[in-house]
Design a protein around this ligand. Structure first.
Ligand SMILES: NC(=O)c1ccc[n+]([C@@H]2O[C@H](COP(=O)([O-])OP(=O)(O)OC[C@H]3O[C@@H](n4cnc5c(N)ncnc54)[C@H](OP(=O)(O)O)[C@@H]3O)[C@@H](O)[C@H]2O)c1
Length: 334
């Protein structure tokens, strides 16, 4: 996989174009502010009555109705939630984006799963930051950047990849590395990792371990600290030093338990489940299921959110976090 840095990018390609960032949420705010500070002519496109209009004003970013922003732009970055993108594309982007413009995404989901079919005259690209919006903004403001994935779905002008790299430069990604990939690989690996490790895997590992200790009669506070709170300490070590490096920092007792007990928790059954989950992503059955979930009014999401809020680990956690001196609930540390 090729990785681009500052010397590989032509900043003029984005500095010479008008950019519309659609949405001012987690990623939209970061992109709009970063692009503006890089010297790009950028406007935020907001829906009628948007709750974010005041936040744009406060941040000093110009905002316009979404249709105006799209019709005056050469480059549109789609940063509304994934489930809203097909509607915004059909109603605003498809009819109003000028011929020969570039349409950018920060996640390949809608294009890869054929929920959006962009016009053939458009460059269709992905610049997907490898970090949450606050990190994209904070690293840029500190003079650095988070890495990003760059992919081209359709190259109508012959310049698609170079325009994408230039946009990524303006968002600070050339400072950390712009990694070339495809819509398919980004979408499938992203879904797999969030389902198996980052969200589905980790949360179920933590809550099942917590329940096992509490059901066995141990104090809830002890169960919370050992099974949830300390995850950050280990994750930080793995992030900085890798898995083998983390193991050099823990006791031999912990390391022995890791080698001998870990495979019993995540064993052949889990590997089988991982393969099945990957197949469901690749053959489209997951995206089909998710479309039905949104069509039906999100019953699984609503039920899951209520159950998660009602779980004992949340009450214990809220109480303990409140009493921890120096704990900053709003801060995403790295
Ligand atoms: N979250 C992350 O850190 C992250 C990381 C990597 C990639 N991504 C990708 O980045 C993209 C944006 O995700 P996000 O998490 O930044 O989104 P988000 O924070 O949920 O986006 C919120 C913004 O979208 C607007 N919006 C919501 N529904 C809309 C609709 N129907 N029509 C018009 N505007 C609408 C909201 O408008 P109001 O202000 O009016 O409410 C708000 O400005 C997605 O493709 C996502 O996969 C996200």
């Amino acid at each position: 996989m090729a990785t681009l840095y500052e010397n590989d990018v032509n900043p003029a390609l984005i500095l010479d174009r008008k950019v519309a960032v659609l949405g001012f949420g987690a990623q939209g705010r970061a992109h709009a502010l970063n692009l503006k500070e890089s010297g790009v002519d950028v406007v935020v496109g907001l829906r009628d009555g948007s709750a974010s209009a005041a936040a744009c004003r406060h941040a000093g970013v110009s905002a316009r109705p979404i249709a105006d922003a799209v019709s005056s732009a050469d480059v549109v970055m789609m940063l509304v939630p994934d489930e809203a993108q097909a509607g915004v594309h059909a109603v605003v982007v498809d009819p109003l984006l000028r011929p020969g413009s570039a349409l950018l995404f920060a996640h390949g989901y809608n294009v890869h799963f054929d929920l959006i079919h962009p016009r053939a005259d458009l460059d269709v690209l992905m610049v997907a930051p490898l970090g949450i919006g606050d990190q994209v903004r904070e690293r840029y403001a500190d003079g650095g950047g988070v890495p990003a994935l760059l992919a081209v779905h359709h190259d109508a002008t012959g310049d698609a990849a170079a325009i994408g790299a230039s946009y990524a430069w303006a968002n600070g990604h050339a400072r950390a590395g712009i990694i070339e990939t495809s819509f398919r690989d980004e979408t499938e690996t992203d879904l797999f990792a969030e389902q198996v490790v980052l969200c589905g895997g980790l949360t179920h590992l933590i809550s099942n371990a917590f329940d096992t200790l509490v059901d066995a009669g141990y104090p809830e506070e002890l169960a919370y600290f050992s099974c949830l709170h300390e995850v950050k300490l280990i994750a930080d070590l793995i992030y900085r030093r890798g898995i083998a490096g983390m193991r050099e920092s823990i006791s031999s007792t912990a390391e022995y338990g890791d080698y001998t007990r870990g495979p019993r928790v995540i064993g052949a059954g889990s590997r089988l489940a991982m393969s099945e989950i990957l197949n469901e992503i690749r053959n489209g059955s997951f995206s089909h299921e998710l479309a039905g979930e949104f069509r039906d009014g999100m019953p699984v999401l609503k039920k899951g959110r209520a159950a998660a809020r009602g779980h004992k680990i949340e009450q214990v956690g809220a109480r303990l976090r409140d009493t921890m001196v120096g704990f900053q609930p709003g801060k995403d540390e790295d």
